[in-house]
Design a protein around this ligand. Structure first.
Ligand SMILES: *Cc1c(COP(=O)(O)O)cnc(C)c1O
Length: 514
């Protein structure tokens, strides 16, 4: 190209190429939009044809794509073609009915439609003025949800509290921890003395948040849980840790209790923890990322009994509440504490509405300034299904988990390791008694190895996908039902797949004569 640089050669004529001629042309949008929706609908129809866990090797995509960006425009058709040939092989299919890994990512048509509106309007609703509907709809749906969950009045806007849609639980915990920290500092505490508590089952987002808000690493406590408590954090064990810290001159700041832990869906003892928290004047947050949604069903509501003692409560609507990523619902009793820690007031955002103090400016309830109009998808999801059907869907997933649990329990070679509360079953092949050495530790080690091989064998084949956890030193396989497309026939097939792989493995083990 001689002395020309890349920018000089961009100006080719676009006429007649089938390319998008303008960045926002309504008619082209209509045409390509229909095509894209058709493509996604076809994907949903055929998603179970792909291996659930992507089978590609690291770096696969760099080898397939050009090293530099195209100078000339390309057609949407070509791009869609490359999605099929290059991108889909590298997708792990979270929307597959055979995806049982991690926790579900329960997308839905209603949420998708709401997302389309949000992407279409493309507003940047940092404060009320920047798009009043974005703020007001969010406040309304957060109050709706608070009522669906029977959260105490102090979490509703009318009761002095309020809810906000964050992107993720990590952000929700970070914001509440920052609020707690600043409240403590305002009361005269020194940040180097503040202590944060969770259990050894608490999600790593608490530790990350503590690091970010400046809690010394040595002041982070992961209180031990026990198999005999089903890995729940108890008030007594929390109290022991808090009392010891106070005796050492430290200041208890924040405790994060979990409803539905990530490894095994354990439920911390909220009432006991709340009592300890209030006695020691700590901020109590409840992280119900996965299981919170189930609590809209009266029969599961007891899992959050004690929420009245908490300062804040969050759950991920993108996990098990039919909202596409991302959507974390956070409520606080005292929004002023959040605002004190997170607000900014630059001249270029000053406006009459804010000055009137009649409005919520959600930029002061979160980390970033800019924010998406997330409430549209939640509003669409709730309205398209109604609370009655949302409950029905959640109950259906719990029923699927019960079916799976029943199948595991019928097979003597397997065991369910911890109680199943929601739609996730933690199970494993039992330690192999035939090769009993008399040494339980060796047996456990062999069992862990066997279950690890079982899981890898199942996932490598790709008909279903599950992941693992280690609780109390025991390697467990997690079966998380709750995918939006999963039906009972999928669950029954999944069990057959697991048994097939297990039998092959057990045969191999016999040949090895362990
Ligand atoms: C998934 C999960 C999180 C993290 O959620 P993000 O939205 O990805 O930050 C936190 N806590 C629990 C209990 C979880 O299961």
């Amino acid at each position: 190209m001689g002395s020309l640089n890349a920018c000089d050669i961009l100006d080719a004529s676009l006429a007649g190429t089938g390319c998008l001629e303008h960045p926002l042309d309504a008619e082209e949008f209509r045409r390509h939009g229909h095509k894209m929706i058709d493509y996604i609908a076809d994907y949903y129809n055929s998603v179970d044809k792909y291996p659930v866990r992507s089978q590609v090797e690291p770096g696969y995509l760099r080898r397939l794509l050009p090293e530099t960006a195209p100078n000339q425009p390309e057609t949407v058709d070509r791009i869609i073609g490359d999605v099929t040939s290059h991108i889909i092989p590298g997708i792990t299919h979270w929307m597959s009915p055979n995806h049982y890994a991690y926790f579900p990512s329960s997308g839905s048509t209603a949420s998708f439609l709401g997302e389309m509106l949000s992407a279409g309007f493309n507003v940047v609703g940092f404060n009320w003025m920047s798009s009043p509907a974005a703020t007001e709809l969010e406040s309304v749906v957060m109050d709706w949800l608070a009522k669906m969950l029977c959260l105490p009045a102090q979490f509703h806007f009318s009761g002095g509290g309020g809810g906000v849609l964050q992107g993720t639980t990590c952000e929700a915990i970070l914001c509440t921890l920052a609020a707690a920290r600043d409240r403590a500092i305002a009361r005269g505490s020194d940040i180097s003395r503040l202590v944060v508590y969770g259990s050894d089952q608490t999600h790593c987002s608490l530790k990350k948040a503590a690091q970010i808000v400046g809690i010394p690493t040595s002041n982070f406590r992961a209180v031990s849980t026990r198999f005999s408590d089903s890995f729940a954090l108890t008030g007594a064990s929390l109290d022991r840790a808090v009392v010891a810290d106070e005796a050492a001159g430290l200041v208890p700041l924040f405790v994060c209790a979990t409803v539905g832990t990530t490894s095994s869906t354990a439920v911390d003892r909220l009432l006991e923890i709340g009592e300890v928290a209030s006695r020691h004047k700590m901020w109590m947050h409840i992280d119900a990322a996965y299981a919170g949604s189930a609590c809209i069903c009266p029969e599961f509501r007891h899992f959050i009994d004690g929420v009245e003692l908490a300062d804040s409560f969050s759950f991920n609507a993108h996990k098990w509440f039919f909202n596409n990523l991302d959507c974390c619902c956070l409520w606080v009793k005292n929004p002023a504490a959040l605002v004190a820690a997170l607000s900014t007031d630059p001249e270029y955002l000053k406006n009459k509405a804010t000055e009137s103090r009649q409005v919520v400016d959600y930029k002061d309830w979160q980390i970033a300034l800019s924010r998406r109009f997330r409430a549209l998808k939640m509003w669409t999801v709730i309205r398209c299904h109604g609370v009655a059907n949302l409950r029905k869907f959640l109950r259906g997933h719990v029923r699927l988990a019960k079916v799976f649990e029943g199948l595991v329990r019928l097979d003597r070679r397997f065991e369910v390791v911890v109680p199943r509360y929601f739609s996730t079953v933690c199970f494993r092949l039992r330690p192999v008694r035939a090769v009993r050495t008399g040494d339980e530790e060796v047996e456990e080690e062999i069992a862990s190895g066997l279950n690890r091989r079982l899981l890898e064998s199942v996932n490598a084949e790709g008909r279903i996908y599950m992941t693992h956890a280690v609780v109390g030193g025991v390697y467990v396989i997690r079966f998380a039902a709750g995918g939006t497309l999963t039906e009972e026939r999928h669950v029954r097939t999944a069990w057959l797949v697991i048994k097939e792989h297990a039998e092959k493995l057990i045969d191999d083990v016999d040949i090895l004569n362990w």
